[in-house]
Write a protein that binds this ligand. Structure first.
Ligand code: C2E
Ligand code: MG
Ligand code: MG
Ligand code: MG
Length: 278
């Protein structure tokens, strides 16, 4: 009986099943409540040097929802509804603040952190001012922060986004283009954007160890050449096997991220060597 009820709750929270208004409103209500109760938590996934040292250079902060009944929820379970309802903005600011504090508390002084920024934020006129205030409040040096944006976010209003990222760069905050290669892939905007980092989507990385002659190898090599020409750093996402890592190293990719190198986990766990995340 309890299990059945649990199952029903589960379905209520599955955004793919939350198709009617009642379900969506219920999830929105739960999101609000979770925010008030402090149930969102950033997990940190290490971003490592692909130079043989395996050294952790920084982390990507990824949101998790410690749901009292369902356990740890990933963004795929709730992000769409958080975005559609506009709640994502409050949730993200809460996450940014927590992430800054946690990095300061647990990260090496020279480590950086990337945070995922929903396209909605970049539409706001005062996003950059608010971010600067957050850094002042928490004490995190701007050089240690990188914003991850997706190609979709850029399409919205490229000129406005470019101007915002430009202002942020002027004060030391970096920008990364997330999931590169999966979106609209208009190469024309790349050189005009003030990007510090390109993140190669894991769809390409996961094809790498199948056969050295896959089209993914060609695509990754081309992205690396492009990034080099534009003086942009590269992070390969979703590295799961040693051969994927080795192929990327052989191609000269400087940084990587993925389950092989470390799963997302509470940052305090990264102090203990050899620990694994969730
Ligand atoms: P993303 O930014 O592309 O993040 C990478 C996703 O891949 C993460 O999923 C991460 O856990 C997962 N991942 C990392 N390494 C591997 C691997 O080796 N193999 C596989 N299969 N997956 C790997 P996650 O944490 O579920 O996040 C999904 C997406 O949700 C993120 O994609 C990002 O777009 C969004 N997101 C995460 N946190 C936040 C947040 O605080 N705010 C906003 N607005 N969006 C967020
Ligand atoms: Mg990301
Ligand atoms: Mg990504
Ligand atoms: Mg992604």
């Amino acid at each position: 009986r309890a299990k059945q009820l649990g199952r029903k709750r589960y379905e209520l929270f599955d955004e793919r099943l939350a198709q009617n208004v009642v379900d969506v409103l219920a999830l929105e209500g739960e999101l609000r409540q979770a925010l008030a109760q402090g149930l969102f938590e950033p997990y940190f996934q290490p971003i490592c040097a692909l130079d043989g040292s395996g050294r952790t250079l920084g982390y990507e902060a990824l949101i998790r929802w410690n749901h009292p009944q369902r356990g740890l929820l990933r963004p795929g379970d709730f992000l769409r509804i958080a975005e559609d309802s506009g709640l994502i903005e409050t949730i993200d600011w809460h996450m940014f603040e927590l992430s800054c504090r946690l990095l300061l508390q647990h990260g090496r002084d020279d480590s950086f952190m990337t945070v995922n920024v929903s396209a909605l934020h970049l539409r706001h006129a005062h996003f950059d001012r608010r971010l600067v205030q957050l850094l002042e409040r928490t004490g995190l040096p701007p050089q240690r922060l990188v914003l991850e944006v997706t190609e979709g976010a850029l399409l919205d209003n490229p000129e406005h986004v470019r101007a915002t990222l430009e202002r942020l760069r002027a004060i030391g905050i970096g920008a990364a283009l997330d999931d590169f290669g999966t979106g609209y892939s208009s190469l024309s905007y790349l050189h005009s954007l003030p990007l510090r980092i390109l993140k190669i989507d894991r769809a390409f990385v996961q094809e790498l160890d199948k056969d050295a002659n896959t089209s993914s190898t060609t695509v990754v090599a081309a992205i690396l050449a492009l990034a080099r020409a534009l003086s942009i750093q590269v992070i390969a996402e979703g590295i799961e096997t040693p051969s994927q890592r080795d192929a990327l190293m052989a191609m000269g990719c400087e940084m990587g991220q993925g389950y092989l190198l470390g799963r997302p986990a509470p940052i305090a766990q990264w102090r203990a060597p050899g620990s694994v995340g969730a």
